[in-house]
Design a binder for this molecule. Structure first.
Ligand code: NAP
Length: 284
């Protein structure tokens, strides 16, 4: 029996594997990646590394074993049919008879186009009959704190979120929730709505950036059309820019506030404050 993590070469996957290694022997952890060289360090530490691609169903043949607990981390190829990609993993997990398949989804409250693949994958997972956990992850702090360059260049946070609030948390927090589910008992067939303990507005985000940098950074609210234009101007393809702007529209409607308390309950501690993520990003 192994704990198997797909997307293990990604940022969330790395956090999950690191935190798993604090709890279980390396030999019980399998990292599924497209490019094994990306996780050579994990292999050296005794993690089993398996090469597989969501686009190539045959690469998942025989990868899972009966009794495995699997974390399916959603892919990031938005234009390649993610529901079909994720179904490849679900089908292989079903064929093997895994004990649990946890999927990193999006909040149930999110109606933006970005959530469509997650709802489709959730349906496929529930229809499969495999014991499941839906980890409906809210937004990462890092979506913002890893993109500070234009903010610091213009002393402005530009968003189309109006007065909307976001209850984000750090990737490490969401990884801790996944690890709690993968190493704990009694999570089968459960849906967790995961978000940070505190919701913040973009004006508050700008104020915290001002406090930490000693500069005056303002929130510049724009329309979704204007944001789409700014993002395409910065080089994003139009559909991707529109999808991102659609997320801001959802934030304006309050769809990224998750106040279930599930995340801090699962990880047994408060979630990481946004201010901490800003401080870490400014230090880099
Ligand atoms: N909640 C949020 O705020 C938020 C924000 C951004 C993304 N997400 C979602 O959460 C996921 C994890 O976040 P992250 O920050 O870890 O993203 P990330 O760093 O971009 O990692 C994505 C992972 O998915 C893997 N992957 C993509 N396509 C694949 C394929 N065809 N076959 C096998 N593996 C594939 C990537 O492998 P390679 O290393 O080979 O590319 C990588 O390991 C994202 O993929 C996205 O679905 C959530």
């Amino acid at each position: 029996m192994s704990i198997v993590v797909t997307g293990a070469s990604g940022k969330l996957g790395r956090h999950v594997v690191e935190q798993l290694l604090e709890k279980v022997p390396a030999g019980q952890v399998t990292a599924v990646v497209r490019s094994p060289e990306k996780v050579a360090d994990l292999a050296e530490r005794g993690v089993r590394v398996a090469a597989a691609d969501y686009n190539a169903p045959e690469t998942f043949d025989g990868l899972f074993a009966a009794g495995d607990k699997v974390l399916l981390i959603s892919g990031n190829e938005f234009d390649r049919g993610r529901v079909r990609q994720h179904s490849v993993v679900i089908d292989a997990a079903k064929a093997a008879g895994v004990a649990l398949l946890a999927y990193t989804s999006a909040p149930g409250s999110l109606t933006a186009a970005l959530a469509d693949d997650h709802r489709g994958t959730e349906r496929a997972l529930l229809d499969s009959g495999v014991p499941y956990v839906l980890l409906r992850n809210g937004w990462y702090h890092e979506n913002y704190t890893e993109n500070l360059a234009p903010v610091l260049e213009h002393d402005a946070v530009v968003a189309a979120a109006g007065e909307g609030r976001v209850s984000s948390a750090s990737r490490a927090d969401y990884a801790a929730a996944a690890v709690a589910v993968l190493t704990g008992e009694g999570h089968e067939n459960t849906t967790y709505e995961l978000g940070g303990d505190e919701a913040w507005s973009f004006a508050e985000y700008a104020a915290e950036l001002s406090r930490q940098t000693g500069r005056e950074i303002v929130y510049n609210p724009v329309t979704t059309e204007a944001l789409t234009g700014i993002l395409t101007g910065a080089g994003l393809p139009e559909p991707v820019a529109a999808t991102f702007a659609g997320v801001d529209a959802a934030i304006a409607k309050g769809e990224l506030v998750v106040d279930s308390g599930d995340l801090s309950r699962l990880i047994g501690r408060p979630t990481t404050p946004l201010a901490e993520a800003i401080a870490a990003a400014l230090k880099d």
